[in-house]
Structures are given as structure tokens and as C-alpha cells.
Write a protein that binds this ligand. Structure first.
Ligand SMILES: Nc1ncnc2c1ncn2[C@@H]1O[C@H](COP(=O)(O)OP(=O)(O)OP(=O)(O)O)[C@@H](O)[C@H]1O
Ligand SMILES: [Mg+2]
Length: 386
């Protein structure tokens, strides 16, 4: 196999960047015990300069995927290439990848400056060059005044910034981050999300980011890959993942969703060029979007976001209207969340923006609710076609 150093690889990248892919996983599999596969036939192309997030439940294979890309774990089958070069057997330190892990793992006995200098020293960078780059990296994360401190003398968020500086100091073209903000409180977390996003834009590096926080994934990423049980269930831009989940799993995992199980009565092509399914659910009929025509009798879940349900159900825009009883009403300041029981006995969560004139919404009250067909989707029920 051809071995390239970082600058050769960059040069190579420029020649090979015609397809815009930076990293390509091709049919990658991983088993730790030789029996169960924790990553199954993973094919994934990471575009140059994009911010791609791997999002999925615990144990779905996100860290394993990152570890294989970093070179700390070897795939059981398949190949991983960076800039078109197969790196499957290249050791981690020769891959030119910057990394930030959840337990930032700063060296406790070293000063902040020495921590940040470490990747440069390991690459035999000249001393004066090291000094210059360390200052730059510390400046970038606004930590220049902390250079002579020890990690233990910094807060969690400050340590996280140093970990970022250390990952970026040798100007890698690819940076991997595994739950880097997991240990921080909500406010600091949101602040660091913005900073990481800015750094990504400013430096133009490719970032592969792992989180199991869906809000973080939607807010930060160019694209999100939803992992489930060692496979990518869906990959797309945040709005696409949120608005058009392809599977029940994705619709449950990303954001709040109501799921109403039912059976397709009929399906037709609408004048706007999409397909609509009429679905019977507990004696009611609802109409929903569907990605492809479904035959009558197909078992589906109709998914519907709480913020797409309206309590102004007299509005004629709503193809779907039903009477409900308010079971619970919770005040959240900017919105009110209702649990509305419909005649099928199912509860629908409704998120109502707290605008002026909202009036009272008390449990026990009867409330007509409605939603547009295009705001709900009929997905094949988990367990397949019935
Ligand atoms: N070194 C290892 N040896 C054996 N099994 C492992 C090893 N590392 C991970 N696993 C198993 O592989 C599966 C995937 O683990 P992985 O750490 O990739 O999940 P994850 O998606 O990162 O989860 P989390 O969100 O909890 O970090 C899990 O079932 C885990 O127990
Ligand atoms: Mg993990």
C-alpha cells in the first residue's frame, strides 16, 4: 500500500477531489468477538469540508466507526479511504487526523502550552515554529492567557477548549470528535457548539462528530447520519432528517413525534406530485404523505410532529380534523404542551406557541384539533408490510 505524509496527501487530495469525497467507508464491518457485528456493511462518503454528525442510541456503533477511521480499531471487512487512498492498515499517527474525545485526556503533569504543543513535538516540528503555532491555537480558542497553567487549574469548558486547540494545532484536514461536550452543562454546551461551528467554518476542515444529543446534531451539522444497530438508517441534512424521516426509528429518534398506527385504505398521486395515503386509525381516517405508493391493507405508522398540530381546527386548510379531550396541559413559558385524547383512545401531543390570545386550555376540556396532510407521513410500520 502507498504511504503518504500529510502534505503529500493534501497534494493528492487536490488531484483526487473531483468527487468531493474526503473519507469513504466501503462495506465496512466490525466484530469484536468474531460473532456479533457491531458495524454492519457500512458504506459512507464524507464530503470534503463538511460537518457530518453520527447520531444514534447508545451501543449503535458510533464510537467504533470513529475508532476505525482514526486507526485505533481495524475493520473486520471492507475498506476506509482518505483522499482516495486506502488507509485501512495505516497506523493512527500516520493518518494526520485531529481528535477530541469525551474525557479530553489532557496530560495532567504538563502545562497547557505543552499539552497543545504535544502533537507538533511528536511530529518533530522545529521549536520556534511550535511556539508560534501553539500561541495561534490558544488564541483561536481564546485561552492564550492560560498557557502556563496546568489542566487541573481550568474549568471543564476551558479544558475542552484546550482539547480543541490540541486537535487543531497541526492543521489537520480531518477532525474527529466523540461526544466532546458530553461533560458540560447546558449553557456551556450551547456556547461551545457555536464556537466549534465557527471554527469549522473558519478553518474549512472536515469534521466527523459523534453525539447522542439530537438537538446538538441538528444545530451543528451539514449532514446527520442516523445510526441504528450498526447501520446507517438515514443520512441527510438536518431539515431533511427532521421533516422527512424514512423510517419509524428515525422519526422516533429525532425530535418529538406522535405515532398513530393504522392501515392504508387507498393511496393516490396528488396534484403537487407527491403521494398521499388515506389511513384508517381506530375508526378515524387520516390522510398523510408517503414516499412511494402503498397498497391498501399495508400497515403503517402515521407520524406527526406536536408543533404541526393546530388547535384552530375550524381552519379549512386542515384535511385532518378530529375532536379531542385535553388530558393534560403543561405550561412551558414560550409554549403550552397538551396531551389530547382522540376517539381512538390514542393520545396526541400538541405543542401550542404561547402567543397572545391563547386563552385557557384546561384538562377535561373538549378541543377540536387538526393538521395538514403534508405535515404528517405514513411510514411502513416497524415489523414490515402487513
Ligand atoms: N473494545 C470492545 N470490545 C468488545 N465490544 C465492544 C468494544 N467497544 C465497543 N463494543 C461493543 O460494540 C457495540 C457498539 O459500541 P460503540 O462504543 O461503538 O457504541 P456507541 O454508539 O458509541 O455508543 P455510546 O453512545 O454509548 O457511546 C456495543 O455493543 C459495545 O458494547
Ligand atoms: Mg460512543
Amino acid at each position: 500500500m502507498k504511504m503518504l505524509n500529510v502534505s503529500q496527501r493534501r497534494h493528492h487530495a487536490n488531484e483526487k477531489s473531483a468527487d468531493g469525497n474526503h473519507v469513504v467507508f466501503s462495506q465496512v464491518e466490525k466484530s469484536y468477538d468474531g460473532a456479533t457485528h457491531v458495524v454492519k456493511s457500512l458504506s459512507l462518503a464524507v464530503r470534503r469540508g463538511e460537518f457530518l454528525t453520527l447520531l444514534g442510541p447508545s451501543g449503535s456503533g458510533k464510537t467504533t466507526t470513529l475508532m476505525m477511521l482514526a486507526g485505533f480499531e481495524a475493520p473486520t471487512a471492507g475498506t476506509i479511504s482518505i483522499d482516495g487512498v486506502n488507509l485501512t492498515t495505516t497506523p493512527p499517527h500516520k493518518r494526520g487526523i485531529g481528535m477530541v474525545f469525551q474525557n479530553y485526556a489532557l496530560f495532567p503533569h504538563m502545562s497547557i502550552a505543552d499539552n497543545v504543543a504535544f502533537p507538533l513535538a511528536a511530529r518533530k516540528t522545529p521549536r520556534n515554529e511550535i511556539g508560534r503555532r501553539v500561541s495561534q491555537a490558544l488564541e483561536m480558542v481564546k485561552m492564550r492567557n492560560f498557557a502556563s497553567r496546568r489542566p487541573a487549574q481550568l474549568s471543564g469548558g476551558q479544558q475542552q477548549r484546550i482539547a480543541l486547540a490540541r486537535a487543531l494545532v497541526f492543521e489537520p484536514a480531518l477532525v474527529l470528535m466523540d461526544e466532546p461536550l458530553g461533560a458540560l452543562d447546558k449553557q456551556l454546551r450551547e456556547h461551545m457548539q457555536t464556537e466549534i461551528r465557527h471554527l469549522h467554518k473558519m478553518l474549512g476542515v472536515t469534521v466527523v462528530y459523534v453525539t447522542h444529543d439530537q438537538d446538538e446534531a441538528l444545530a451543528m451539522s451539514d449532514r446527520v447520519a442516523i445510526f441504528n444497530n450498526g447501520m446507517i438508517e438515514q443520512i441527510g441534512e438536518p431539515a431533511e432528517i427532521y421533516e422527512s424521516p424514512n423510517t419509524e426509528f428515525v422519526s422516533r429518534f429525532v425530535g418529538d413525534n406522535n405515532l398513530l398506527d393504522g392501515v392504508v385504505d387507498e393511496c393516490y398521486a396528488s396534484s403537487s406530485g407527491d403521494y398521499r395515503a388515506k389511513v384508517t386509525h381506530g375508526g378515524c381516517q387520516f390522510e398523510a404523505l408517503t414516499a412511494k405508493p402503498l397498497v391498501s391493507g399495508t400497515r403503517v405508522s402515521v407520524v406527526l410532529r406536536p408543533e404541526r398540530v393546530s388547535i384552530a381546527a375550524h381552519d379549512t386548510d386542515f384535511e385532518n380534523r378530529v375532536n379531542s379531550e385535553i388530558i393534560e396541559s403543561t405550561y412551558f413559558g414560550d409554549h403550552v404542551r397538551l396531551t389530547c385524547r382522540i376517539p381512538s383512545g390514542n393520545d396526541i401531543a400538541v405543542k401550542v406557541a404561547n402567543t397572545s390570545g391563547l386563552g385557557s386550555l384546561r384538562s377535561g376540556q373538549t378541543l377540536p384539533i387538526g393538521w395538514r396532510s403534508v405535515d404528517s407521513r405514513a411510514l411502513l410500520a416497524a415489523g414490515g408490510q402487513g
